[in-house]
Design a protein around this ligand. Structure first.
Ligand code: GYE
Length: 327
């Protein structure tokens, strides 16, 4: 009987605890009832919910926090930097263990990040970079190379149109890193192709509704000239497709469209023959974000830029890969 109890007890303890937890508790509790490991408390200031990409990112970070037993304080800024600054100020006052910030725009962060630094709270930037005079104001940036995405889009479009096209560009949110850099990379790569011309370029704020609205204006003023559309994200391209169809035009055929993100809706539009290509920008950041925070909290050094890998997808393979898409 006694050995049975011993085996049962051993099994219980063995199942419930991972070795690292056991060691930690032994170190903390030395002998008597060991206190539970301290729960990490993280503040996450998110841009908003402007695109399918962003809701996928939110879901990934929230899901991973839950999986790891991390307490996540989530603040949706509804596209406003002022709301993000308020959220950060409040996270600092609450003495969170780390801050995750997806900054809506590049500039204007110095003062609030200074407060975080003084409070010794590491700041992990996700998906968008910032411009600060002192790089030590944030710990690391986990994101894609947007300039490279822009270049990939331009090269693909030049090839598709034999180096000759009137392009209409839908830009992301004014002042946001992905809008600035996706434009920069695209223009840089187009320099090699003198007959690839951007005729109009306007912000549509990364949303489907604005993408449709701006495209409607382009159609009104330049209907006969529109040969290609470059949208800084899929949602705006999907809005543009709607506008083109409503105007009796043929997106994907008379007008070549390329965008960035690689969301499910883009793959559906490619399968339907209405979008020609998309450059993937991976939003599934949860695992890498919390791995990084764990390292930082353990005093390990992490790189200043942790780059996500991007890949271009075209209509021709969309039907094959759509079922494997996770967002
Ligand atoms: O491409 C767009 C979103 O910052 C990389 O923001 C992100 C961009 C993404 O709204 O859809």
């Amino acid at each position: 009987m006694r050995w049975l109890i011993a085996v049962a007890l051993f099994a219980l303890v063995g199942c419930k605890q991972q070795p690292s937890e056991k060691q930690q508790q032994a170190a903390e509790g030395a002998g008597s009832a060991a206190p539970a490991a301290k729960k990490l408390v993280i503040g996450f200031s998110q841009v908003g919910a402007e695109s399918a990409w962003r809701t996928a990112e939110t879901k990934s970070i929230r899901g991973e926090a839950e999986k790891r037993g991390v307490e996540l304080k989530f603040a949706d800024a509804q596209g406003k930097q002022a709301n993000q600054i308020n959220a950060l100020t409040s996270f600092i006052a609450q003495k969170v263990d780390a801050i995750v910030l997806a900054p809506v725009v590049e500039t204007g962060w110095e003062s609030v990040l200074m407060q975080a630094k003084e409070a010794n709270i590491p700041v992990i930037l996700v998906d968008r970079g910032i411009k600060v005079s002192d790089e030590s104001l944030y710990t690391t940036l986990i994101a894609s190379d947007f300039v490279e995405e822009g270049r990939m889009a331009a090269e693909w479009l030049a090839k598709k149109t034999n180096g000759k096209a009137n392009i209409f560009e839908l830009q992301g949110t004014t002042g946001a890193a992905p809008a600035i850099d996706r434009k920069k990379g695209f223009e840089e790569a187009l320099k090699k192709y003198p007959e690839m011309v951007i005729l109009k370029s306007q912000s549509a704020d990364f949303t489907r509704a604005k993408g449709k609205e701006v495209m409607e204006a382009f159609i009104k003023s330049d209907r006969e000239k529109i040969q290609a559309v470059y949208a800084h994200n899929d949602d705006m391209a999907l809005g543009a497709i709607q506008a083109l169809e409503e105007a009796g035009m043929n997106p994907g055929k008379d007008v070549t469209l390329i965008s960035i993100d690689g969301v499910k809706g883009a793959f559906e539009a490619m399968v339907a023959g209405k979008l020609n290509a998309t450059v993937e920008c991976n939003p599934l950041m949860g695992p890498i974000v919390f791995d990084t925070i764990t390292k930082v909290k353990a005093g390990e050094k992490v790189p200043k830029f942790i780059q996500s890998k991007d890949q271009l997808f075209e209509q021709s393979t969309a039907a094959q890969v759509i079922s494997t898409r996770e967002y």
